[in-house]
Design a protein around this ligand. Structure first.
Ligand code: FMN
Ligand code: 7N5
Length: 276
């Protein structure tokens, strides 16, 4: 770790350290993985236009998200199953967020419980949620997050069905039972063929989720609501109409629908300050 000088080097180290099934789950995209490549390539096409002889002896990149100060406009996106990579799981990620003065969005599919993450440090935390057909289970998670001092709910809206992740299908990827749902809901599914994560998602996720359900979410929580997975101006406008407190423009790291544009390329289209 001491030898790392470029963040991209982490990927090669992770490949060496992790079982193939888990490395493929973390690093893979859906279908042809066209959008996965585009997410990187589109960033590469953006070049700097440097201006010189400006006093940069003091730089302040801090900003605020929902009123919470963060040291730079970088937050931790919700990602499932951190314990597949490290025994401390999301509690270690939360400590890193606290050390960097940023916000962690804890995944609904986290390996550690909401309460474990909350008591590990004082990072500002939001909870990402999926909506299960068993709405009572989702409602319970939201209540637990409120009680544990989470500051917002991030509703991920781009998984009506799990993306077709071909590596997970080939590896017969199994995600171990998630502690948050112990005694409530079985999350470890072992199909005889294909991806256990996909089999779980099609059993659990509510594919009927739609804009009206923002009202349902509003009725069960006082926390601010962010919608994650917007890629078009039309949907950004609908989210504003639905009265949410924020949007996360995202193609889910190319893990959902393939052949969507790279997220960075739609930011301008979705720019809220330009929405009329
Ligand atoms: C291994 C992995 C697991 C993920 N799990 C979740 C998840 O549980 N919930 C979610 O909303 N997004 C999940 N994502 C998507 C990320 O939150 C994020 O959208 C993606 O890494 C791309 O970043 P961007 O949205 O900032 O472009 C996951 C991504 C990866 C790589
Ligand atoms: C069953 C959902 C898995 C978490 C997720 O959102 C992802 O892997 O992208």
């Amino acid at each position: 770790m001491d030898q790392i000088v470029n963040v991209n080097e982490f990927q090669e180290l992770a490949k060496r350290a992790l079982p193939k099934m888990y490395y493929d789950f973390y690093s893979g995209g859906a279908e042809d993985q066209h959008t996965l490549k585009e997410n990187v390539e589109a960033f590469r096409r953006i070049m700097f236009r440097p201006r010189v002889l400006v006093d940069v002896s003091k730089i302040d990149m801090s900003t605020r998200i929902l009123g919470y100060p963060i040291s730079a406009p970088i937050m931790i996106a919700p990602t499932a199953n951190h314990m597949l990579a490290h025994p401390e799981g999301e509690t270690a990620t939360a400590k890193a967020a606290a050390a960097c003065n940023t916000i962690m969005i804890v995944s609904y599919m986290a390996s550690c419980t909401i309460e474990e993450v909350a008591s590990s440090c004082n990072a500002v935390r939001f909870l990402q949620i999926y909506v299960y057909k068993r709405r009572d289970v989702t409602a319970q998670m939201v209540k637990r997050a409120e009680k544990a001092g989470f500051k917002a709910i991030v509703l991920t809206v781009d998984v009506p069905k799990l993306g077709r992740r071909e590596a997970d299908i080939k590896n017969k990827m199994i995600s171990p039972q998630l502690k948050n749902f112990e005694g409530l809901f079985e999350t470890e599914v072992r199909p005889s063929e294909g991806s256990g994560v996909e089999a779980f998602a099609s059993r659990a996720f509510d594919a009927s989720l739609n804009w009206k359900d923002i009202e349902w979410l509003r009725s069960i929580t006082k926390l601010p609501i962010l919608v994650k997975g917007i890629l078009t101006r039309e949907d950004a406008l609908k989210a504003v109409e639905a009265g949410v407190e924020g949007l996360v423009v995202s193609n889910h790291g190319a893990r959902q629908l393939d052949y969507t544009p790279a997220t960075i390329t739609v930011l301008e289209e979705v720019n809220l300050s330009k929405l009329a």
